[in-house]
Design a protein around this ligand. Structure first.
Ligand code: AMP
Length: 191
């Protein structure tokens, strides 16, 4: 399976991505997690990415694309993968298309977790208190929502037009949402 998880910041992508990836036996590749790991380790990539992350902006496509290409080339991703938080721009969609075409495979589905944006800001502020992420202050949260609307929301139509979009209501208990995702993916698995 080659899957993409999309949705506004705070929709619960990371949590659900891990369950779904485990179910299909593929790695969950989260660009946000890879950037954060690099920030913690103080790598050159981490130092560059941090500037953007702390401001709620996207890390430049060139940097992000190179990182994903390297990750997808690793042996554990040869049989499939679940991308969480990538692609997020039109340029990243094109780059990913190239990467997948090169291996002779295709994308199976794009799961869009939907949620009300006021509810999401509330959730993110609560997460800021428990996890203490540097990009979880109210201003940065609002900026991340804006950037999502400007740069990532347009990808929804791109994937809908390709017949790949699977929309799932992301509000509710975690296991309820997981069930919805598996129900929505059943036709994809059969095809
Ligand atoms: P996330 O954990 O997915 O919300 O990502 C945290 C931050 O990492 C984002 O706000 C961006 O600054 C950066 N980031 C993650 N994925 C991407 C991407 N595909 N393109 C650009 N920046 C990204």
């Amino acid at each position: 399976m080659r899957l993409i998880f999309m949705g506004p910041p705070g929709a619960g992508k990371g949590t659900q991505a891990k369950f779904v990836a485990e179910h299909f036996g593929v790695p969950a590749i989260s660009t946000g997690d890879i950037f954060r790991a690099n920030v913690t380790q103080g790598t050159e990539l981490g130092i560059e990415a941090k500037r953007y992350m702390d401001a709620g902006e996207y890390v430049p496509d060139e940097v992000t694309n190179r990182m994903v290409r390297n990750r997808i080339d690793e042996p554990d991703a040869a049989g499939g993968f679940l991308l969480d938080g990538y692609p997020r721009t039109v340029a990243q969609v094109e780059e990913l298309d190239g990467m997948i075409a090169f291996t002779g495979h295709r994308l199976d589905a794009v799961i869009l977790l939907t949620a009300d944006s006021d509810e999401l800001v509330k959730r993110l502020l609560a997460r800021a208190q428990t996890e203490g992420r540097a990009d979880d202050t109210e201003d940065v949260i609002r900026r991340r929502q804006e950037v999502y609307l400007e740069q990532t929301a347009p990808l929804i139509d791109v994937y809908r037009d390709r017949g790949l979009l699977v929309e799932v209501d992301g509000l509710g208990e975690v296991d309820e949402v997981t069930k919805r995702i598996f129900t929505a993916l059943a036709p994809v698995q059969e095809s």
